[in-house]
Write a protein of this length. Structure first.
Length: 102
């Protein structure tokens, strides 16, 4: 139970820290998110141009074509859902294994 508590707490804390750092970076840089991403384009192009990271390159192509808004509330909810679904699956397996040993 302590491990599960630490796992869930780490997810919550991680999203909160990300939000805080993002706000700090916006204030420190004076750039909008779009301006910051535009500034990163040459470096990202260098990375994806090597051909060594095809999945990353496809993801960036999709982002360029379709756009992406990082919605931390949605990201948090997705992470919580995936963690809880995984925990439910593990608990179900543990219960099934326990019943099988009877």
């Amino acid at each position: 139970m302590c491990d599960l508590h630490a796992l869930l707490f780490s997810h919550i804390q991680g999203v909160a820290i990300h939000l805080e750092r993002e706000q700090h970076a916006l204030g420190a840089s004076g750039m909008s998110e779009d301006e910051w991403m535009d500034k990163q384009a040459p470096a990202l192009g260098t990375i994806t141009g090597t051909g060594r990271y095809p999945t990353f390159a496809r993801m960036l192509t999709t982002l360029t074509e379709q756009g992406y808004d990082l919605l931390l509330d949605d990201l948090f909810e997705l992470g919580q859902r995936l963690l809880l679904d995984g925990l439910a699956l593990r608990i179900s397996r543990t219960a099934r294994d326990h019943d099988a040993r009877r």
